[in-house]
Design a binder for this molecule. Structure first.
Ligand SMILES: [Zn+2]
Ligand SMILES: [Zn+2]
Length: 718
């Protein structure tokens, strides 16, 4: 554009200070050039160069303007479920290639009508260059069918009124959202919720609940400001909220068995907005899949897979290229510390981190249970959405497709592939295959070092002047000494990461079964003591078998995750997990508010410099024998863990502590750590990534780029 200095300056400052809602300005500059006459304002299409340094955009929740339009009888988009504008709508879900332009998405199948085209080309319209622009004339069509695939609606009937009726009658609806299928039923109807549990083969894992609006939610549940903000944000994740003082009609016992918290979300798409407007009560909205398999997104496949689960299907004809689960977050009670439990829709695949230099193309294969793909194709690292447990074949296929899609989208092949050192991870095996396919070197990186590197990178601490203590606690990871690590302390300084201490080893028994049955961790840590309590959890034949296994056992572990399991089993909270991490969640669930002054620690660090795992457990057991309450025992247990961290920091002579691993999803532990740290210690947690294994891929890339110590991480295949 051409104009007077004053006008141009005001245009630039307007643009910088009030950018479009969901935009991100990374850099900008102005320079003087020789005078040229411009007559209009244009957005110039991105030129495809050799390295596209653009961000991949996550999906955005429906904005207020669009939400108002679909409820306005006078508006031409009244009741159109796929109403979007530049400020909202799906992005990554429909991305086929890069950069984000209509031709590169699955919405290209719906050519714009005249009215939509007019909006798209009018700079004053909020749909100017809105790549997802459509309306009911030119856009996506919805259809309601029964579970045999037959249409259920006459022309004139209102589809959302009909669905509301079906939900009211206790039916289960499989609803195709813009990021994948959701299974819905009336959240106040016990029988309906239990029916969904039985059909989904999901006995205990809590269901997410979709509330029609904040007003109703706030009448039933008290919310903090952070929770309200998250529930209304453009990411709009599921927020885990304590259900203290809940008063409403939810079928609590069926929705979240034995839990004192609920996973809540707000309608983030037009289709969900129209649904809740018709029903105006909370509904279950859980991922549309069968136990352990990935979220479904294809019409035919869903009908085939879910016809025994759902009574009706709400389908549409927009192709979902990148299916995503809903993200899950939680805030700690005392310090309002945000923890990401699952990073997916709304957050992925972007990762806003450091700009990387050096022209390296690195792909990271991540972990196994909570798999993600990481890719450095240009100056940025992109981390995929949560993909899930790779033991499931369909999850594995989606994992593989995501890796190949990243390579496709950026038109860059990796020259290095990073894998976990665990020999049995399917992600590692795929990494080796891809290495051969793309003639890329494959490098192994130790699991817990990757976790540590993920926090260091999130806070840009690799060039820090002082040593940093890394506290990495999780369920399992393959250690450099071939044992199962999970209670590790590292020291990072000058590009080196060294293991300084860990939880004393105990027996790792029965392979994967140990993670599924907390009673096995109890058996292992009891180590021949506590016969009465052990006897109650095993049949005598079983016990004989495990005793003989234990005698011959060579495999050891330092896993804090298993220590949590053992405590949960001893306290009769959980002997068998029906979903991953159940014992740890139920354990945290037993305690309310704590007072630090009243806590006592079960152990201190031992003379050997190791954490005395068994002694800790035995001292805790003696409290149990004395009849001390569960709540006090668990509070003291967490206090012990928190205090140990500062003891190790003092021994290592550092005040800077970085913490990662699934154990740091425990928000009470985080509150205690923050309270104990006061201003004397500086704590760093994962912030834009989950502390669990979802951050392994990001950590692998950063470990590879910044750490010199590749002792066990040498290039293994080429
Ligand atoms: Zn909008
Ligand atoms: Zn149109």
């Amino acid at each position: 554009m051409t104009g007077k200095d004053k006008d141009i300056e005001s245009f630039i400052s307007q643009l910088i200070e009030n950018p479009p809602k969901v935009s991100r300005i990374n850099t900008y500059f102005a320079k003087e050039i020789t005078l040229q006459q411009f007559n209009d304002f244009q957005i110039i299409h991105t030129q495809k160069g050799s390295r596209l340094n653009l961000q991949l955009t996550p999906d955005f929740a429906i904005c207020k303007d669009c939400a108002d339009e679909i409820r306005d009888l006078q508006n031409r988009r009244y009741s159109y479920p796929f109403t979007t504008c530049v400020n909202c709508g799906p992005r990554w879900a429909i991305t086929n290639t890069f950069p984000f332009e209509r031709d590169h998405t699955s919405i290209v199948e719906f050519p714009m009508c005249k009215d939509c085209e007019k909006e798209y080309t009018d700079p004053r319209n909020r749909r100017f260059h809105s790549q997802t622009n459509s309306c009911s004339l030119c856009g996506i069509q919805v259809q309601l069918t029964n579970n045999l695939g037959f249409n259920q609606l006459s022309e004139e009937a209102d589809i959302f009124e009909k669905i509301a009726e079906l939900l009211n009658d206790g039916n289960i609806i499989a609803l195709k959202n813009t990021s994948g299928y959701l299974l819905c039923c009336d959240a106040t109807n016990k029988e309906a919720v239990q029916k969904l549990r039985n059909k989904k083969k999901r006995p205990n894992k809590p269901f997410a609940i979709l509330y029609p609006d904040l007003a109703l939610l706030q009448r039933e549940l008290s919310l903090t400001e952070s929770q309200i903000e998250a529930l209304s944000s453009t990411e709009r994740p599921i927020v885990i909220i304590p259900k203290t003082n809940y008063h409403g009609n939810l079928a609590l016992a069926e929705l979240a068995p034995d839990l004192n918290q609920l996973g809540i979300m707000m309608p983030y798409t037009g289709i969900l907005q129209l649904l809740v407007a018709a029903i105006s009560m909370p509904i279950v909205a859980t991922s549309g899949n069968l136990h352990g398999s990935p979220i479904l997104s294809d019409n035919e496949e869903s009908l085939k897979t879910l016809s025994n689960v759902a009574d009706y299907f709400l389908n549409h004809n927009l192709h979902i290229s990148n299916p995503q689960d809903d993200s899950v977050i939680k805030y700690s009670t005392k310090f309002d510390h945000k923890v990401i439990f699952r990073r997916s829709r709304g957050y992925a695949p972007n990762y806003f981190g450091t700009k990387y230099t050096g022209n390296r193309k690195v792909m990271a294969m991540g972990g196994h249970l909570k798999s993600t793909i990481g890719f450095l194709p240009n100056d940025y690292v992109y981390i995929s959405q949560y993909l899930g447990n790779l033991d499931n074949y369909d999850v594995y296929r989606r994992f593989e497709n995501t890796a190949l899609r990243f390579i496709d989208i950026f038109e860059q092949q990796p020259d290095k592939i990073l894998i976990d050192t665990h020999p049995a991870y399917h992600s590692s095996q795929l990494g080796v295959e891809l290495g051969k396919k793309f003639n890329a070197g494959v490098i192994k990186i130790q699991h817990h070092k990757a976790h540590f590197a993920s926090v260091l990178a999130e806070h840009e601490l690799f060039d820090h002047d002082y040593p940093i203590l890394g506290v990495i606690w999780d369920g399992t990871g393959y250690g450099d000494d071939d044992h199962i690590w999970g209670g590790e302390f590292f020291k990072y300084h000058s590009k080196r990461m060294d293991r300084v201490t860990h939880f004393e080893y105990f027996d790792w028994l029965a392979g994967d079964k140990m993670a599924q049955e907390p009673r096995l961790a109890f058996f292992s840590l009891a180590d021949g003591l506590m016969p009465k309590e052990i006897g109650e959890k095993f049949k005598s034949r079983e016990l004989a078998i495990y005793e003989s296994i234990k005698k011959k056992n060579q495999l050891k572990t330092s896993s804090v995750g298993r220590l949590f399991d053992a405590v949960a089993s001893l306290l009769n909270i959980c002997d068998r997990n029906t979903y991953e991490g159940e014992a740890a969640i139920l354990l945290e669930n037993c305690i309310g508010e704590y007072e630090l002054e009243k806590c006592t620690a079960y152990v201190s660090i031992s003379n050997t410099g190791l954490i005395p795992t068994k002694l800790l457990f035995w001292n805790l057991y003696s409290d149990y024998k004395k009849g001390v309450s569960k709540e006090i025992i668990i509070t003291n247990f967490l206090f012990t863990l928190a205090r140990l961290i500062f003891q190790v920091a003092d021994i290592q002579n550092t005040k800077i502590i970085a913490l990662s691993g699934g154990v740091f999803q425990n928000t009470v532990l985080i509150d205690m750590l923050k309270e104990l740290a006061e201003s004397k210690y500086k704590l760093y947690f994962n912030c834009n990534l989950s502390p669990n294994d979802e951050n392994i891929s990001f950590g692998q890339i950063n470990y590879y780029l910044y750490c010199k110590d590749h002792s066990k991480s040498d290039e293994v295949f080429k």
